[in-house]
Design a protein around this ligand. Structure first.
Ligand code: NAD
Length: 494
């Protein structure tokens, strides 16, 4: 498809068409309706965006601004998103197919991220170091890392982008962002907000399109100083490999296979209700979804029977369907992957208790997959080992605390997990032993922008949010200043 008036790439402060005029049509995954037509960039377009970001950075037009001013800018971005919240939420719901209420919740989280980094932008001045000599001033300063390449996924398109854009802008960087090809609209909107608020040309740039063509230069180009990626493990590995050639910094937020450990003495109703949330919120399309239910054997039968009963009653529907309780997957290809994943789990011995299908005929225009529970799972079952990235909960059982910890840590991933018990001794011990980046105790899913987010093991490298999430976008420099220069006398003065 080609259309000359589609200008949705933002390069050097201008909305422009792809250099070959190519476009892509975006469809809503809930019903296949057309959402919009956007530019499909070329590799050369990404290179132009990188050049614009580099020039803006080198000019100091943003990097040299006082940190407090950059913080104020982020607070103004947060206020603008709030003013345009309905437009943002609607755009996110249409691109992803998620329910409008879920997209509205995402917008609150996005506003919080911009507010958080806006407030701490000038709280990170560096430090003085005692050189042991009163004539020396030794200080470590934090400088912007330079030009950041950002690559984001389709499940929380703007939320994941905001965790990168806000700290990058707070610390004075320029960036080029490539959202997932299926969900571009809210990334375009946020750049529109920043442009209207007066961000200098070249500081923020957006390229749209395919990962291999448009995203790849962000991990290979020598003028990118940091590539910050959120997405799947396989893509993350590729990005880390290609970034190695120019020895650039890499931040990776990858998948998870997150354990939700329920002890018999937990509050049964709260644990059960939250086990549903953990696995099926946002159709399970959450990197930290509690997809591995690990439940104590003495309550397992009763707990799982009730989980299955409630899961079977969850109503699927599109963004604006008031009766819907969960939405679709993102594409036919993704639904095929989830279908194959569940089938392989069953072939390997898991028992399908509910779901495992695409819903009734009323769902045939969208990419729905019914909430699914697989029990009688062994730890080597592919449904337990692999991230299925859909509304699928696998069930394993344990009898002792040590066994629960061993099962919960028996994964190559390490993003998040939860422990449920009324015994604080148990929750303290287990939460300290779990090798995952976020642990919830008697809860599931809340996170705070003030607290670090990220994975152990193959769930990623680095942290987003918190103070560390800002450090990722800076580089430290030691400045050693001799205030009373003198002859050293090391070599003879002849
Ligand atoms: P994906 O890896 O397929 O794609 C992510 C992004 O990478 C997209 O923009 C894609 O176009 C781009 N891409 C693909 N190939 C590329 C390449 N060779 N070079 C550069 N860019 C490339 O992931 P997805 O399917 O969009 O998202 C789902 C995954 O994201 C899941 O695994 C989920 O767990 C993970 N995720 C993690 C977090 C977290 O915070 N850890 C948050 C959200 C999603």
């Amino acid at each position: 498809m080609s259309a000359e008036n589609v200008e949705t790439l933002f390069i050097n402060g201008q909305w422009v068409a792809a250099s070959n005029q190519a476009t892509r049509t975006i469809y809503c995954p809930a019903d296949g309706s057309e959402v919009g037509v956007v530019s499909e960039a070329t590799t050369e377009d990404t290179e132009r965006a990188i050049a614009a970001a580099r020039a803006a950075f080198e000019s100091g037009v943003w990097a040299d601004k006082p940190a407090a001013e950059r913080g104020d800018f982020l607070l103004a971005v947060a206020a603008s998103i709030r003013e345009r919240k309905d437009e943002f939420a609607r755009a996110e719901a249409l691109d992803t197919g998620k329910r409008l209420v879920e997209a509205e919740g995402d917008m609150e989280d996005i506003i919080s991220a911009f507010r958080h980094f806006g407030k701490i932008a000038d709280h990170y001045p560096g430090r003085l170091v005692d050189a042991g000599d009163p004539t020396v001033v030794s200080r470590v300063v934090h400088e912007p890392i330079g030009v950041v390449g950002m690559i984001t996924p389709w499940n929380f398109p703007l939320l994941q982008a905001s965790w990168k854009i806000a700290p990058a802008i707070a610390t004075g960087n320029s960036f080029v962002i490539k959202p997932a090809e299926l969900t571009p609209h809210t990334t375009m909107l946020i750049v529109d907000v920043m442009d209207k608020l007066g961000l200098p040309a070249g500081v923020a740039n957006v390229v749209l399109g395919d990962g291999g063509t448009v995203g790849a230069p962000l991990s290979t180009h020598k003028d990118i100083d940091l590539v910050s990626f959120t997405g799947g493990l396989i893509t993350g590995r590729k990005i880390a490999e290609s970034a190695a050639h120019t020895v650039k910094d890499v931040a990776l937020e990858l998948g998870g296979k997150n354990p939700n450990v329920i002890f018999a003495d937990a509050d049964f109703e709260a644990a059960l209700d939250n086990a549903l949330n953990a696995g099926f919120l946002d159709s399970g399309l959450v990197c930290s979804a509690g997809t591995r239910l690990i439940v104590q054997d003495t309550i397992a039968e009763q707990f799982v029977d009730e989980l299955v009963r409630r899961a079977a009653n969850i109503v699927m529907g599109g963004p604006f369907d008031d009766k819907a309780e969960t939405g679709p997957l993102v594409s036919a290809e993704h639904r095929d992957k989830v279908t194959d994943y569940v089938n392989r789990g069953v072939e390997a011995g898991a028992r399908l208790r509910t779901g495992g299908n695409w819903g009734g005929p009323e769902h045939e225009n969208g990419y729905f997959y019914a909430p699914t529970v697989l029990d009688q799972c062994t730890s080597d079952n592919p449904a337990v080992v692999e991230e299925g990235f859909g509304p699928v909960i696998t069930v394993e059982t344990f009898s002792t605390e040590d066994e629960a910890i061993a099962i919960a840590n028996d994964t190559d991933y390490g993003l998040a997990g939860a422990v449920w018990s009324s015994d604080t001794g148990v929750t303290n011990r287990v939460s300290r032993k779990l090798r995952h980046g976020t642990i919830w105790v008697n809860d599931y899913h809340p996170y705070l922008p003030q607290a670090e987010w990220g994975g152990f093991k193959q769930s990623g490298i680095g942290r987003e949010l918190g103070i560390t999430g800002m450090e990722e976008y800076t580089v430290s420099k030691h400045i050693y200043e001799n205030t009373e220069p003198a002859v050293s006398g090391w070599f003879p003065q002849k």
